[in-house]
Design a protein around this ligand. Structure first.
Ligand SMILES: Nc1ncnc2c1ncn2[C@@H]1O[C@H](COP(=O)(O)OP(=O)(O)OP(=O)(O)O)[C@@H](O)[C@H]1O
Ligand SMILES: [Mg+2]
Length: 221
């Protein structure tokens, strides 16, 4: 479902070149829950951005659902991102001018789902993260943890084939974190490949695989 081979990613910053990913391999299958750990700054968010086609890489190959992302062009990549991938960002990335409900509906709109149906789906997803009473709020009227839960509803409502999550429980109390993990696990049980970054060691037992990112490569632990 997701196959990365010998991926290299180099940033050019004020201090010169920085090879963040260095010949990295990763393979993920449908219904698998993979967690990725590693020190701050080791390249976890970079890796997720590359695997989800949000960012480019310098060498290597990436196949998603059997398609070579280097060969399908920008339109092909947009199609994969719209239909097969959802992302929960470390910094939420909600659209500030849209309400919680509208943020959750947007991806459904891009998929061509009719208004009444997407309203119902978005409302249900917000209820699942305990935000039934915040649907009409704008992001700046929500707490950090509430925004994070909107971001989670926005991703889970799509039932994506691949879900990428960058610290999805980073800002949540234990009960909310539990709720979010239940939502993510239920997607995995429906066949979603979940690739999640976490610093929270207590979550690691929930994964099928745990990988550590170090020196630009992943090792299974
Ligand atoms: N756009 C960029 N330009 C230059 N360097 C970058 C850029 N984005 C990230 N980096 C560098 O790449 C390295 C990896 O960053 P990244 O955000 O992937 O780390 P991370 O493992 O997600 O860290 P954290 O756990 O703190 O979120 C860092 O040293 C960072 O400074
Ligand atoms: Mg990060």
């Amino acid at each position: 479902m997701l196959k990365a081979k010998s991926i290299t990613k180099i940033y050019t910053g004020p201090e010169g070149n920085n090879k963040v990913l260095d010949g990295l391999d990763f393979e993920g299958k449908a219904g698998q829950f993979c967690m990725i750990t590693g020190k701050s700054g080791c390249g976890k968010s970079t890796l997720l951005n590359v695997l989800s086609c949000l960012d480019t890489f310098d060498s290597g190959s990436l196949h998603i659902n059997g398609r070579d992302v280097c060969a399908i062009g920008h339109r092909g990549i947009c199609k994969i991102r719209r239909q097969d991938i959802a992302f929960i960002f470390q910094g939420y990335n909600l659209i500030s001018s849209l309400t919680a409900q509208q943020n959750v509906e947007l991806g459904l709109k891009y998929r061509g789902i009719k208004k009444a149906q997407r309203q119902a789906m978005a409302h249900r997803a917000l209820c699942q993260v305990d935000l039934a009473d915040r649907c009409g709020y704008l992001p700046n009227q929500l707490s950090g943890g509430q925004q994070q839960r909107v971001a989670i509803a926005r991703a889970t409502v799509l039932c994506p084939r691949i879900l990428f999550c960058d610290e999805p429980t980073g800002n949540l109390d234990p009960d909310s974190a539990q709720l979010v993990m239940q939502n993510i696990i239920s997607l995995k049980e429906q066949g979603t490949l979940v690739v999640m970054i976490t610093h929270d060691n207590s979550l690691l037992p929930m994964a099928d695989r745990v990988l550590r990112l170090e020196n630009g490569r992943l090792t299974e632990i």
